[in-house]
Design a protein around this ligand. Structure first.
Ligand SMILES: [Mn+2]
Length: 325
């Protein structure tokens, strides 16, 4: 147990040093989707960081979880109250319900939303303040009472740079969002890995993390591609899946990356991923038009439920136009 006085002193010092005073009770979460190695690793790092100083921190169950990253969070990262309706893999069908159940027992002073904008929170925070740390720039960078939104390879890099969180697990955040230092500011990312290596990220730890991240692929990915509407023209792939599983969608994106430069994959529930290898192309206007946002060369959108074939055709035409430069 850390004496209350020390905790208060630390809160004060960090407040002056980083511009952020951490609360007594924080609920640390990622966006409702996508759940990925950045949001989950950052969640874990922040829980460790806050608890080390004698503060209370928990996360909420998520709507989805992947084998690759399921090892990062353990049961004690969740408040027992929030787990009452959760499945064995700590997922729930209804985030609002999980949050409301938690509130009945444990009310956080603040919700810390990592790696996604406020509109991806996925539930009504019931009046609790949300502080947002994100590297997806929708309009402008922010550094104020409600948010720290800044360009970076991953949110993990922002936690390192701005908030002096040096948990080795943040290597997962960096590897995930840069596709193993291949894109999205890879040299910057290497710089942040260097900082982590001075704070406990050893060769063994990093090798072990990578082994855990590289699990065998799901053969359902092949099946999903087989039954999808696949339009491949030259270097451009436009694919409409009959499947709505996020991990299958991600797998299909990854497979197509071996063959195509420009990829758009629509999930059966309307979630759309956009990706291009051409750094001259900006996919954000397209993603914004289709209800989403993201990075210049990797973005996502959301079609309304029950979307029509007309909308799909319009999306196809807009995507082809956006990548034809
Ligand atoms: Mn991210």
């Amino acid at each position: 147990m850390i004496p209350k006085l020390l905790t208060a002193l630390w809160q004060l010092v960090m407040g002056v040093r980083t511009g952020k005073r951490w609360c007594k009770r924080t609920l640390v979460i990622g966006p409702s989707q996508p759940v990925d190695g950045d949001s989950v690793a950052c969640t874990k790092a922040m829980i460790n960081f806050l608890r080390k100083q004698g503060l209370e921190a928990y996360t909420l169950p998520t709507l989805t979880m992947y084998k690759q990253i399921a090892w990062i969070l353990q049961s004690d990262d969740y408040h027992p109250a929030a787990l009452s309706a959760a499945h064995q893999d700590f997922t729930v069908d209804n985030l609002q319900e999980a949050f409301d159940t938690l509130l009945a027992t444990w009310r956080p002073d603040e919700i810390l939303l990592l790696d996604g904008p406020l509109n991806r929170l996925g539930f009504d925070p019931r009046g609790i303040t949300v502080f947002n740390v994100d590297h997806h720039i929708v309009e402008n960078e922010h550094d104020d009472r409600n948010a720290y939104v800044h360009v970076a390879p991953s949110v993990g890099c922002l936690l390192i740079e701005k908030y002096r969180v040096f948990d080795p697990i943040l290597a997962v955040s960096i590897l995930t969002d840069t596709f193993w230092l291949r894109q999205n500011m890879p040299a910057q990312a290497a710089h942040y890995l260097g900082i982590l290596s001075e704070h406990g990220l050893t060769d063994d730890v990093l090798a072990d993390m990578q082994r855990k991240l590289m699990v065998r692929k799901d053969a359902q990915i092949i099946m999903a591609m087989n039954e999808a509407d696949m339009r491949i023209e030259g270097e451009t792939a436009f694919v409409v899946l009959k499947n709505e599983r996020p991990e299958i969608h991600r797998g299909v994106m990854a497979e197509l990356g071996y063959f195509c430069h420009h990829i758009c994959v629509v999930r059966s529930d309307g979630y759309v991923s956009f990706k291009t290898e051409n750094p001259e192309i900006d996919l954000r206007p397209l993603a914004t038009k289709y209800g989403g946002g993201g990075h210049k060369t990797v973005a996502a959108g959301q079609l309304p439920s029950g979307f029509t074939t007309d909308l799909l055709e319009a999306l196809h035409a807009d995507f082809v136009a956006a990548v034809s430069v």
